[in-house]
Design a protein around this ligand. Structure first.
Ligand SMILES: C[S@@+](CC[C@H](N)C(=O)[O-])C[C@H]1O[C@@H](n2cnc3c(N)ncnc32)[C@H](O)[C@@H]1O
Length: 445
């Protein structure tokens, strides 16, 4: 449909009174994202969004001027409707390999985030609001996509349904963020299985003193059954067989990685050690690019888990990554993390006597992919630009449904035009849990 027009993705507009409007375009080239438009221009935008398929020849001369301006890359309020190119799966694979190779090429020196976690995290809540939004943080409150439960509560429910929780269990949570996951998890156990709850021993383990303090404060209500340990999960000498259940939610991407050279390994100490581990574990790198990244820290962490899990015990390790793609760098505001090659972790688990199963996080927690949520660019326009422009406070760190938005912005939401929702399973929704996996490990003893 060449020549036909629609508002560019994420464009919203809002009345300011006196026939004036503000239109917000998330992708505009200029730093100023909010553009003042008059009532006539607003009517044109509304018409194009309502009717779709409006072409330049269907409009008056003065409207055509607006359209020309709004199609300009600096303004980007409108775009021409393009036929979607068919998605080629080999195109996706090529892109993935390109990213893996780029990540390895750009990798220089050491990669160890221990110092970052020990000293750079200053404010627990802001860390997950502004620096690194985890899935568990985005769903920290009951959400319709999780059957009305919070992430931590749904996690507990899943484990209860799997028969993974019983009385007297010693649970270790590694890398506990604000502490909300643990609080929600324990609340759900208390509510559905009070007898199991009463006799649990739940240990929070973290490297960041600031986050550890938040974990303590947030979990006062569970004080009879919780304890706190500080340390680096990568090096900490966990006691053998000390835990029956271990949870590491969105933590292993923080562990060290190593750059590897497939044909001519460097004689650096770190790479030599990584090759020794790889040989011991029988890892196969024939599908790797000439330089690639290895999740050595996560592999060593799995070994530690095998030692500290009691016979018959289970671990649940959640992170983003893929069963077959090599680690890719993810720049998270002020530090870089690496996605996980779960195929390598599964192979390592086997060697360490753990029975590993990989499940998509969506299936593991039963996320409803059909839930309609705010599209990511609309989210950016509203929370990143419109609300600050209007001086209205908003909480960006949520996956909003219409009802949630109406509740959060009672006097603003109903007046914003062109608010787009998409099913959670489409890539338009923010932080879709599709790229996340749960690795379940059972110590066969
Ligand atoms: C991305 S956050 C995830 C927090 C929480 N589990 C969540 O899902 O929101 C990673 C957490 O792991 C902790 N962490 C990172 N590296 C660690 C290490 N080597 N040992 C122990 N904790 C670590 C961080 O301090 C932080 O609490």
């Amino acid at each position: 449909m060449p020549g036909q027009l629609k508002p560019a993705q994420g464009v919203v507009w809002y009345p300011l009174g006196d026939g004036k409007w503000v239109a917000v375009a998330p992708n505009r080239a200029t730093p100023e994202k909010c553009l003042l438009v008059n009532g006539q221009e607003e009517r044109l935008l509304s018409r194009i969004s309502r009717d779709g398929g409006v072409s330049k020849k269907d409009v008056s001369a003065s409207e055509r001027e607006c359209i020309d301006r709004w199609l300009d890359p600096k303004t980007m309020l409108l775009e021409e409707v393009q036929e979607q190119p068919p998605l080629e799966s080999y195109g996706d694979i090529a892109l993935s390999i390109f990213r893996e190779y780029q990540s390895a090429k750009a990798f220089e020196g050491d990669h160890d985030l221990a110092a970052y976690h020990q000293t750079e995290i200053k404010d627990p809540f802001r860390q997950f609001e502004e620096v690194e939004m985890t899935v568990s943080h985005l769903y920290r409150e009951p959400h319709v996509a999780l059957d009305g439960k919070s992430y931590g509560a749904r996690f507990a429910q899943t484990l209860i349904e799997e028969g993974a929780l019983r009385e007297g269990m010693r649970i270790l949570e590694v890398g506990c963020g604000t502490g909300i996951f643990g609080r929600e998890f324990l609340r759900a156990v208390k509510e559905t299985e009070p007898e199991i709850y009463r006799l649990l021993k739940y240990t929070f383990f973290d490297l960041s003193p600031v986050l550890a303090q938040s974990q303590k404060e947030i979990n006062r209500e569970h004080e009879k059954i919780v304890s706190f340990q500080a340390g680096d999960a990568y090096t900490h000498p966990f006691e053998e067989g000390a835990f029956d259940l271990i949870i590491a939610n969105e933590m292993i991407a923080d562990l060290p990685v190593v750059k590897m050279h497939r044909e001519n390994p460097s004689d650096g100490e770190v790479e030599i050690e990584a090759w020794e581990w790889s040989k011991k574990l029988g890892l196969d790198f024939t599908d790797a690019t000439p330089e690639f990244v290895l999740n050595l820290g996560a592999i060593k962490f799995i070994e530690r888990l095998s030692g500290t899990l009691a016979p018959g015990g289970r671990a649940f390790v959640v992170e983003y990554g893929s069963p077959w793609s090599y680690p890719v760098a993810q720049v998270v505001t002020n530090h870089t993390e690496y996605s996980i090659h779960f195929g390598h972790l599964l192979a390592a688990s086997e060697r360490f006597g753990l029975e590993g199963t990989l499940t998509g996080l969506q299936d593991f927690l039963g996320f409803s992919g059909e839930t309609e949520v705010l599209a990511d660019l609309t989210h950016l326009s509203i929370f990143g630009h419109l609300l600050p422009f209007l001086g209205v406070e908003g909480e960006p760190s949520r996956v909003y449904t219409g009802d949630m938005l109406a509740q959060a912005l009672p006097s603003t939401y109903g007046r914003i035009e062109n608010v787009v929702f998409v099913p959670l399973h489409s890539l338009g929704g923010i932080v879709y849990p599709k790229g996340f996996y749960t690795l379940t490990l059972v110590n066969r003893g």
